[in-house]
Design a protein around this ligand. Structure first.
Ligand code: HAM
Length: 437
């Protein structure tokens, strides 16, 4: 063992990960698809800080996320936190910088987020999202766009059998507010519903002094879910008919789903009448995306019409979605999705002896100028050793720069896959590599 100058053997901090080149490549591949979808749907990227004021991030995060924020005082005594999500930052940006700009805004962000979650499969303390927000429209076509966009991204990364679980917080909240349940209890009920602790949620509702009809209605709603979406919607309408706001919410959900299907988008949706999400800012349709191989959501979002106003902006209805990039990658691995990247035509240039290093570097420059990725042997190894290494790393071509060939303005090109080699004039190297022979 080498001495390590008294330092401990460092590991990543619990819940944090290094991404190996293969994983990093996959992440950038997904990010590339995100950018493509953003372009196709007209979303512009903004880059917001990783650190924001704790008050901003905590305002409507909901208990679950709020308690898991990395919160600390900076040296100036400010209470700050690492962002656990993008939505408050985008809402802040719209409430301030874009305050007087014409609506709608279509904005997206990609980056890392931080939550002190218990590390497990698909749940990390540092994770990545692509986040899309459509701000300024209260119309169902805006909600439909966010669902369609998410479906497009799932298709673009090659995921199959995605299921969209859809609901509407206006149904449960509409009933609770008509029953005069105070906001704090209402939020607690929604949190319990999010964790599928329906019995506890119903107990809490009963304790808040609601009518027997309310308890019965909620009891029926939490049981109501399924893939025949319009049948479920009709049942929801029947169950909530004496709660005006809840009726409006079901109507709104109906319209959104109708628009998504009218668009011709091939999408598998289930409606879940008792569906709730942990974040507190939602006011309308909510949804999450799943694949059969994983029981955790690949993405989640919904409508939040009052957050921008809460941050001092103009009243601006909004709807958005965050896709969990780590979980999308996990799903791709489980489904053995192939990355459709360009062909890898990697080349290794090997000088036969030390005096030819300059020539090797010169050839590598020539190839890079022609957009061909090249590595140069930098370990001072003999040709056979360098070839073994190139072979092990699945490099396709080795260009061997030797004195004899060089005197005739040529090099040896070895195809390591086919185990063939030939002498090629320097000016013909690119042609030879591109002919893939
Ligand atoms: P969220 O449901 O909290 O929503 O997160 C969205 C997605 O981020 C999740 O579905 C999951 O894929 C991923 N995610 C969350 N926590 C973790 C974790 N600890 N490890 C790995 N992945 C995780 C939001 O963040 C909202 N801001 C979405 C939104 C945008 N609503 C409106 N606009």
């Amino acid at each position: 063992m080498k001495e390590n100058l008294g330092m401990p053997a460092f590991k990543t901090v619990r819940g944090m990960r290094d991404f190996l080149p293969k994983e990093a490549k996959m992440m950038k591949y997904v990010e590339g698809k995100v950018r493509k979808i953003a372009e196709l749907y007209g979303y512009k990227e903004i880059i917001t800080p990783v650190v924001e004021s704790h008050e901003l991030l905590a305002a409507k995060a909901g208990e679950e996320v709020r308690l898991r924020m990395y919160t600390f005082k900076d040296l100036g005594g400010r209470m700050i936190a690492l962002r656990p999500e993008f939505t408050p930052s985008v809402a802040r940006f719209v409430a301030t910088t874009l305050r007087n700009e014409p609506r709608p805004f279509r904005l997206f962000c990609v980056g890392s987020l931080y939550r002190y979650d218990e590390p497990q499969q698909g749940r990390y303390r540092e994770f990545w999202q692509s986040n899309f927000e459509l701000m300024g429209s209260s119309k169902p076509e805006a909600d439909a766009e966010i669902i369609m966009l998410t479906n497009s991204l799932m298709e673009a990364v090659g995921l199959n059998n995605c299921v969209f679980k859809v609901g509407h917080v206006g149904v449960l909240r509409g009933i609770l507010s008509q029953e005069k349940v105070d906001e704090k209890t209402e939020n607690e009920v929604m949190q319990l519903m999010d964790k599928k602790q329906y019995d506890d949620a119903l107990k809490l509702v009963k304790g808040a002094g609601v009518s027997g009809k309310c308890v019965a209605t909620l009891g029926k709603l939490v049981e109501l879910k399924g893939g025949r979406v319009f049948e479920i919607i009709e049942k929801m309408k029947k169950y909530v008919k004496s709660y005006e706001m809840a009726v409006d919410a079901v109507e709104n959900l109906h319209e959104i789903l109708k628009l998504v299907l009218e668009s011709g988008c091939e999408i598998d949706m289930t409606v879940d009448a008792g569906f709730s999400r942990g974040l507190e800012y939602y006011t309308g349709m909510i949804f999450e995306v799943y694949v059969p191989e994983l029981d955790i959501a690949l993405g989640g979002g919904g409508r939040y019409d009052r957050l921008i106003e809460l941050f001092g902006g103009e009243p601006t209805p909004a709807v958005g979605i965050a896709h969990g990039i780590d979980r999308i990658m996990m799903a791709m691995q489980r489904q053995k999705t192939l990355l459709k990247t360009g062909k890898e035509n990697r080349v290794m240039v090997i000088p036969v002896k030390s005096e030819l290093k300059g020539e090797a570097l010169k050839i590598s420059r020539m190839l890079r100028d022609a957009d061909i990725p090249v590595e140069v042997e930098v370990m001072g190894r003999k040709v056979t050793k360098a070839l073994e290494d190139a072979d092990r790393r699945k490099i396709r071509y080795a260009i061997i720069v030797g004195e004899k060939e060089l005197n005739e303005g040529a090099v040896v090109i070895r195809n390591l896959m086919k185990r063939e080699q030939s002498t090629v004039k320097i000016e013909k190297i690119i042609e030879k590599l591109e002919s893939n022979s």
